[in-house]
Ligand binder design. Sequence first.
Ligand code: ZN
Ligand code: ZN
Length: 356
Amino acid sequence: MSAPRRRRDRVLEWLAEHDLDAMLVKSPANMRYLTGFTGEGFAVVAVVGQAVSTDSRYAIEAKEEARGYKTVMSPDGHLAGAIKFLGEIECRALAFESEAMTYGEYETLRKKLRGVKLKGVKGVVEERRRVKDSAEIALIRQAAAIADRALAPLLATPPLGITEKEFALRLQTEMLRAGADSIAFDTIAAVGPNAARPHAVPGSDVLRRGQMLKVDCGACLGGYRSDITRTVFLGKPTRQFREVYSAVYEAQQAAVRAVRAGVEAAELDRIARRVLDERGYGDKFGHGLGHGVGLQVHEGPGLGSRSKDVLQKGMVVTVEPGVYIEGWGGVRVEDTVLVTARGCEVLTNTPKLEFG
Ligand code: ZN
Ligand code: ZN
């Protein structure tokens, strides 16, 4: 049985358990996961029939990718097409993704589907996406290798005298050249004090000797993403940089060593935080330790201090502590790792700085 079909069957089981006839799927990642369809629109998953509602721009993709799904199109839009199909299959109780639908779309459902029970749900498909199958892991592994092939040479001899924007552009070009379908997310390249912003947007500041450079990037292949951050120093590292970097590096390595199936995600965050606390940087690590990676660059499980998640074999997560000091800069080290029964496999392998 194909992966989309197996995934759809699990959603159908869930619907049956909850006395629902159909689920209306809007989230692009969930739609791709369930149907294989990469275009825009809605999917309807029901025991009595499945459809993708789209428009002529994606008609060929819908037919080729969403096997076993009827393609529906309405001149009144994607939602209208889905509603028409729900009428055809006589849906009486419908689940919809409360976090993906707009309020306007919800009002349309209420108006057009009078008498149909509407139930907003969240996480139904997302929870099933957390543990990856072997085909998904293979794509993430390749996406990670592609990012490494682009990033490692650029960081081995960083080009000086170009802007952050130009650096990001070169990195993105190299990822596409190395086989990426697209970039996984907007590349971050930040020099000097700009590195104090965890999600800095590349600008016109120039890479010069005597500055740190923080780079966060990822490649996308077959819909699956990788995520890696490296921080380097252009020229001879200052003492403060070495201190901060060593603290972040050791926090990251300690957390990576602790990753395995069965460990609480929050415990990993604590392990990294403890190292940074001991070095006096605990209050400079504002974000969570990491996140799941897959069809979206940020998905479950969460690896923050408040996470209730427990890691399972087959999850792919990032481990990315950082220290950010306003006016000075910031250091983050991030790897994407595959959780295994006894540990993890690090998928991102661009060399890291190491100070002995
Ligand atoms: Zn990242
Ligand atoms: Zn990340």
